[in-house]
Design a protein around this ligand. Structure first.
Ligand code: DGY
Length: 325
């Protein structure tokens, strides 16, 4: 009998096709009341799961007694209860090293879009309102030579710093758990505490992973510290921000605007007040979503999955302590 794999939520099918000779693969695009019974049934025999953003917690693990590995098709793995997985001997993997440049392009893109009001101006042209020269109310903000504050100077943060420093002559401030000496040397980045970064930056870019420590890292106090002329950019996870506090900051004009790729609830609810602000640029968690990068991520997730199922150490194991269980 073939060993069973569950493919969850948008994994490029052609990447999994070569596995079909050896494995039985069941695809689930999402879990809803219609698909839940089949999914639960499938978990009983599943040895591997590959996919994006599936919450893997004690409850799910109870239903999957044969599970050996969850190969996340993303770099972030806040959807996995890693400790629970480790306790039960289940490997957790992610896909670092292939999406940093792509995600940095996207996040720098929304920063530019918010500063230069590109989506608004696009609508202005397409709806036939461009009948006169731009008025002062339509002017935007410069990006070049401004101060870029990056919270979370990991690989993606460093790529954003590179774009800001080398492409736009920006001064780079950063806040991180540990100093990033390479970024300091290459991009003239200055390490500082969070409050200093918030007070001095013209663009505050949040790129930190979501952990217990970073949940609601940006709240009422933090938005109040930002300059009124500053733009807040979130490319990390929605829950790193207290969304209600962000909405208040925008309402009260404590900040100039925002550019968001991630939200507390995804997909975002249409009645979310964030969608009402013309000075908020929104994109649908598209950081890594290019053909080239999604292919590399899926191939890496597959490599992790197959290694784990073959009793080898997956290249991107996030809970190596599991090997001692
Ligand atoms: C990642 O890889 O973490 C991206 O945000 C996609 O989820």
């Amino acid at each position: 009998m073939k060993r069973k794999i569950i493919a969850y939520n948008f994994v490029l099918r052609e990447v999994l096709d070569p596995l079909k000779d050896d494995y039985e693969i069941e695809f689930f695009e999402n879990i809803n009341p219609q698909t839940a019974p089949a999914f639960i049934h499938s978990l009983k025999n599943a040895e591997g799961i590959i996919g994006l953003a599936l919450p893997v917690d004690a409850e799910l693990l109870d239903l999957a007694p044969k599970l050996k590995i969850v190969a996340n098709n993303s770099t972030g793995y806040n959807n996995l209860s890693v400790d629970e997985m480790t306790k039960r001997g289940v490997m957790a993997t992610n896909t670092p090293g292939v999406l940093e440049g792509t995600t940095a392009d996207a996040i720098f893109g929304i920063l530019l879009a918010a500063a230069r009001r590109i989506p608004e101006m696009d609508q202005f042209v397409k709806t036939g309102q461009w009948q006169h020269y731009l008025t002062t109310e339509q002017f935007a903000l410069d990006v070049h030579h401004k101060t870029l504050g990056i919270i979370g100077m990991g690989k993606i943060g460093s790529e954003i710093a590179k774009r800001g420093h080398l492409g736009f002559d920006m001064r780079i401030l950063y806040h991180n758990r540990t100093r990033n000496i390479a970024a300091e040397e290459k991009f003239d980045a200055t390490y500082c505490d969070l409050d200093t970064l918030l007070k001095e930056s013209d663009f505050v870019v949040l790129m930190t992973p979501l952990t217990q420590e970073t949940e609601h890292l940006m709240g009422e106090r933090e938005f109040k510290l930002m300059k009124q002329s500053a733009i807040f950019v979130n490319g990390s996870r929605g829950k790193t921000v207290d969304e209600a506090a962000l909405i208040e900051a925008l309402k009260n004009k404590q900040i100039h605007g925002a550019a968001l790729d991630v939200y507390q609830i995804e997909p975002i609810n249409q009645d979310n007040p964030l969608l009402q602000f013309s000075n908020v640029v929104t994109t649908p968690h598209l950081g890594s979503a290019t053909f080239e990068t999604e292919l590399k991520m899926a191939e890496l997730a597959r490599e992790n999955l197959i290694a784990g199922l073959s009793g080898k150490r997956p290249p991107n194991l996030v809970n190596p302590e599991v090997l001692n269980y």
